[in-house]
Design a protein around this ligand. Structure first.
Ligand code: NAP
Length: 254
């Protein structure tokens, strides 16, 4: 039996709620699974993959006997994010995971691609934090975990728009952590390395083999590697950690 993640309020046991953006697939889906196993009530945000999100929700509620709902929102839209939070209500933990990437020579990036990448990867984090925080501030507790990228730390050739968006997420995390720490809220980043999801589907075997060779721990990452880091950052074991960027990359960048 898994341990329920609970908090006490006015003598009552309350199950904590986590909202994960982009949880229909990949890393977000593994994060949802890990938090469900710990007894959290789960809110799965999706944009396009409705069937996958619904299937995951029913799998998690059957397997772990937790509350699990799905909510559609394009995180780059402030109106859709506002509507999502009106529908879901308060959350104790927010995980900003939704993201997109594409490879382009810098001089080929169109205005539309630039705006869309910043819109989903950075504006989306801003909109979701803005909706989640008022309740966290009232209850004087809360955890926000933003999924950045190692490319936000060191920059990736042919992914300038992606790298800029992810560097922005790190900056947002540091500044917001300082601002809301007095309200008992912690804000941290995870910067994944190469994690095998649909996002890596454009990479051929030769490139992936090369990346394994370059990774000191000798393998590529899994979505579960990121989920474990998120569980740690959300837990009381991380109660003195805020404003940090936790690299989960097998040593690829140190
Ligand atoms: P993925 O498999 O492509 O999944 C992306 C997820 O984001 C999907 O659930 C998708 O939902 C959601 N999403 C995309 N646009 C959205 C939008 N506008 N609104 C709401 N949700 C949206 O990617 P992943 O590898 O799991 O990536 C998850 C996060 O980790 C991203 O922020 C990514 O930048 C970061 N990351 C990944 C890697 C890696 O190697 N995989 C490395 C570093 C960082 P729908 O399908 O429902 O639209």
């Amino acid at each position: 039996m898994f341990a329920r993640n609970t908090s006490k309020r006015k003598g009552e046991i309350t199950i904590k709620t986590v909202l994960i953006t982009g949880a229909s697939r990949g890393i977000g889906s593994a994060v949802a699974c890990a938090f469900a196993e710990k007894g959290y009530s789960i809110i799965i945000n999706y944009n396009r993959s409705k069937n996958k999100a619904k299937a995951l929700a029913s799998e998690l509620s059957d397997k772990f006997k937790v509350g699990c709902k799905t909510v559609k929102a394009d995180v780059s839209s402030p109106d859709e994010v506002r509507a999502m939070f009106s529908e879901t209500g308060y959350v104790d933990v927010l995980i900003n995971n939704a993201g997109i990437s594409n490879q382009r020579l810098f001089t080929d990036i169109t205005d539309e691609e630039w705006k869309r990448t910043i819109g989903v990867n950075l504006d989306g984090v801003f909109y979701c934090c803005r909706e989640a925080l008022p309740h966290m501030i009232l209850q004087k507790s809360g955890v926000i975990i933003n999924i950045s990228s190692m490319w936000g730390e060191v920059g990736a050739s042919c992914e300038v728009h992606y790298s800029a968006s992810k560097a922005g997420v790190i900056g947002l995390t540091k500044a917001l952590a300082k601002e809301v720490a007095p309200s008992g809220i912690r804000v941290n980043c995870i910067a994944p390395g190469v994690i095998m999801t649909d996002m890596m589907s454009d990479f051929d075997k030769e490139t992936l083999d090369e990346l394994v060779k370059e990774t000191p721990l000798g393998r590529l990452g899994t979505p579960q590697d990121i989920a474990s880091a998120a569980l740690f950052l959300a837990s009381d074991s991380a109660s003195f950690i805020t404003g940090q960027t936790l690299g989960v990359n097998g040593g690829l960048i140190i």
